[in-house]
Design a protein around this ligand. Structure first.
Ligand SMILES: *Cc1c(COP(=O)(O)O)cnc(C)c1O
Length: 435
């Protein structure tokens, strides 16, 4: 039977996976969740070390994607996850799962690539076209541009704040072309976000073509992130581990951790989770006190985690039926300062000759803070080379750029420059599609 979905706000029920992926956010403003989370068969869990990443991903995805024929799903998964996710040992009891070997060198490639292919499958069946509008402060846009490039039936418009993304990020957004249009907005990230929202709510635009968003609350980005938790367990067992691990997740909007909680419900062998944040410690504070108090975000070194009102918290609450005590039994929070982040980057390089990016560093600092009594895996969310400008002076070393990224620096930038103004945005969209 096909899996049905409902919204965390309670108004929307009985959505199919196809509707969930195309809608993104539920019309009532809530986040989509599956009605039931099945338990994976015991043999599968016991046999994890005998399965490849693609086999694990296919088995987990099947539970939620009955609409997609198994062979199609398998082919889709093989082409989406064509990069490795190695587990590295730092020292006894401490492992790093490197999730940054995808095309844009951050873990967001897992979600963006999977969502693109899954959407393309549903659109192909109905020969429909879909336009995606997404606002970015850098990383999400790169993963979406790369993940949706040349995916049939989909056109992507990426709004980014002019002069406020790094030169590398700008190349990652603006050098694709074809079905990916970069819109360089003369304004802030907040302006981009407001503009994207205005366009998605514009009756004139939306009556003439289908528009959607690809932001991180889409269930189609969450589901694929649960695959690598099982893969981590498989890798650990292959390395000889006999106990279930504590898994540390560097977090901002908490999509990554929520995917881990989903995996936990499916049967992942895990002992405990650690929610590692920077100074924006809204969730660690909730775990410690039972009070959820969103506040404006503060800028830190791990800027992709600067979130003052984590969007996936509604999903976490639903998974624990609003029971703070139960959630705190499974998850410990840790808020890490920039000073601690910098110190752990230096220490990890000197002790192990291993380079941490500032986001993964928050996770490693949290692991040390909690004491490392248990077998621990930290999820590494970004490649250190993406932050070489920060790391090089601290460590007094040269951090080489992987070939894939150095190539992109030579490509030609193509963007349409617009003011932060809906009329200009609509004109830019019309220059690309007939609406
Ligand atoms: C997006 C991002 C995060 C935060 O992930 P969430 O799922 O939003 O918690 C952490 N690290 C990096 C490098 C990211 O790009």
């Amino acid at each position: 039977m096909n899996m049905k979905f409902h919204s965390t706000s309670g108004q929307c029920r009985d959505y199919s996976l196809e509707q969930v992926l195309t809608a993104g956010l539920a019309p009532d403003g809530g986040l989509f969740m599956p009605d039931t989370i099945p338990s994976l068969p015991r043999e599968f869990i016991h046999n994890l070390p005998n399965h490849s990443f693609a086999q694990i991903a296919t088995r987990v995805a099947e539970e939620f994607m009955c609409e997609v024929p198994p062979t199609t799903l398998q082919t889709m998964i093989r082409s989406v996850f064509d990069f490795p996710a190695p587990l590295k040992k730092l020292r006894d009891n401490l492992y790093i799962l490197e999730l940054f070997h995808g095309p844009t060198l951050a873990f967001k490639d897992f979600g963006a690539r999977f969502l693109a292919r899954a959407l393309a499958y549903f659109l192909e069946r109905k020969s429909e076209e879909l336009n995606i509008i997404v606002a970015t402060s850098g990383d999400t846009g790169s993963a979406v541009a790369s993940g949706f490039f040349r995916v049939p039936h989909i056109r992507v418009f990426i709004l980014y704040p002019s002069g406020r993304v790094s030169p590398l990020q700008e190349r990652q957004l603006t050098t694709y072309g074809e079905n990916v249009t970069a819109l360089e907005v003369q304004g802030s990230f907040d302006d981009c976000q407001a503009l994207a929202k205005a366009a998605l709510n514009d009756p004139e635009l939306t009556s003439r073509a289908r528009f959607s968003s690809a932001n991180s609350i889409n269930f189609g980005r969450l589901l694929p992130q649960s695959f690598y938790y099982f893969h981590a367990a498989a890798e650990l067992q292959r390395a000889g581990a006999r106990e279930n691990p504590v898994i540390v997740v560097p977090s901002g909007n908490f999509g990554n951790l929520t995917a881990g909680l989903l995996a936990h419900r499916l049967g992942l062998p895990v002992k405990h989770f650690v929610a590692a944040t920077n100074r924006n410690r809204i969730v660690p504070d909730y775990l410690a006190t039972g009070h959820f108090e969103p506040r404006p975000s503060e800028a830190t070194l791990s800027n992709a985690m600067d979130v003052g009102n984590p969007s996936n918290f509604a999903r976490m609450l639903e998974l624990y039926q609003n029971n703070h005590r139960r959630m705190a039994r499974d998850i410990t929070g840790a808020g890490i300062t920039d000073t601690e982040t910098r110190r752990i980057i230096q220490k990890t390089y000197h002790d192990f000759r291993y380079l941490l990016d500032p986001h993964t560093a928050v996770g490693v600092a949290a692991a040390f803070k909690i004491g490392l009594r248990d077998l621990t895996v930290v999820l590494a969310t970004a490649h250190p080379a993406k932050f070489r400008e920060v790391l090089e002076p601290w460590l007094r070393i040269k951090v080489p750029l992987p070939k894939r990224l150095s190539q992109i620096m030579h490509k030609k930038k193509k963007s349409i420059i617009i003011k932060s103004d809906l009329a200009q945005l609509k004109q830019a969209i019309r220059s690309q599609i007939h609406v």
